[in-house]
Design a protein around this ligand. Structure first.
Ligand code: SF4
Length: 341
């Protein structure tokens, strides 16, 4: 059958950067797109961020540009999928109990959630006054208001919060939090130039282009210290200081330090909506909690079900450029699939 692209509809589950890029690219091929988003706006987790590494581009600028490119797609906001039926080669998707989307193909772009830091009670998030997360810090960068951040002179960052951690069943590395910690440490140092900043890390994973340069600048231009060691305990003293106990594993010595602010680098997990979406579209979830791919090398955007594809961070942690590339890749797969029907 000839693939008349303008008679085909693709349902995109999730309106984050992957979903938006899919819609933009499918539109250029002539497909009709329907984006089904659970939140009240497009952009997903990008809406929680201020600036992005390595260039410091504003997250909102990216959201705006991507949203502009999706114009012409049908958009359901504040919407959930109630049920899905696969009949005569089409997916009939009931959205929020009232609308029915009839799709020839579906792309799952449900993205990720940040690990809820309060689950690591030993770090004291939501217990002590001056313990915040990477996401809280981005909100501070945006608005410059947070009662927990009061001209701090000693600041600590804890890497790998909820990642590489068997105790919370997350063995995977979230990949981006090392460079995010370094980026955020530099930004804090620029706001509070007299502050002393220490990053407590297990390994530093600075894999991307330009990341080593950021790390170099953090050390030699901004004087940020990096201590290899896991934080074992956090408490609060009578002056509301954050008391951190850790082990310096390079020097094999225990450390006890009092800080004015502690930032927890929450890692990435699959979206809390993933298990329901997986069930509705009969898509497999892997041991790490992310969606499984037919092949992680050769068929990374397929879940092995006819007409169902997947993209973005729903299959694991990715940078924004990787997410956008993944979205462009899945569009080609969807196009080939529909052309061969
Ligand atoms: S990127 Fe760094 S902070 Fe994040 S999980 Fe991996 S090692 Fe830990």
């Amino acid at each position: 059958m000839k693939n008349n692209t303008d008679s085909r509809t693709i349902a995109i589950i999730g309106g984050g950067p992957a979903g938006m890029e899919c819609a933009a690219q499918l539109k250029t091929l002539g497909y009709k797109c329907v984006i089904i988003e659970k939140g009240d706006k497009l952009g997903g987790n990008l809406n929680n961020w201020d600036r992005l590494f390595p260039e410091g581009i504003e997250a909102q600028k990216v959201v705006k540009e991507l949203a502009e490119k999706t114009k012409g797609s049908k958009l359901f906001l504040n919407s959930t999928i109630e049920s899905v039926k696969h009949e005569k080669g089409k997916y009939n998707i009931v959205v929020s109990g009232k609308d029915i989307v009839e799709a020839d193909s579906v792309i799952i772009c449900t993205g990720f959630d940040l690990f809820p830091a309060e689950k690591k009670e030993e770090y004291g998030y939501n217990i002590y006054n001056h313990v915040i997360t990477n996401r809280d810090l981005e909100q501070y960068f945006k608005k410059r208001v947070d009662s927990r951040i009061q001209n701090p002179s000693k600041i600590g960052f804890v890497h790998c919060v909820g990642s590489r951690d068997e105790k919370v069943c997350n063995r995977h590395c979230s990949k981006l939090c090392c460079v995010t910690a370094v980026k955020q440490a530099i930004e804090l140092k620029e706001i509070f130039p007299k502050s002393e900043i220490i990053c407590f890390y297990m390994d530093l994973r600075m894999f991307g282009r330009g990341y080593e340069d950021i790390y170099h600048d953090a050390q030699y231009k901004y004087g940020i210290r990096f201590i290899r060691g896991r934080v074992s305990e956090v408490s609060e003293n009578i002056e509301m200081g954050v008391v951190v106990k850790a082990e310096d594993t390079l020097q094999s010595k225990p450390i006890k330090i009092t800080l004015d602010l502690l930032v927890l680098m929450s890692g990435m997990m699959n979206s809390h909506t993933a298990s329901q979406i997986a069930e509705q579209f009969d898509a497999p979830i892997s041991n790490d909690g992310f969606f499984e791919q037919s092949s992680r090398t050769l068929s990374k955007n397929s879940v092995g079900k006819k007409g169902i594809f997947i993209a973005g961070t729903s299959t694991g942690p990715k940078t924004l450029p990787e997410t956008l590339n993944d979205a462009r890749g899945v569009v080609l797969e969807v196009h080939q699939y529909l052309s061969n029907l």
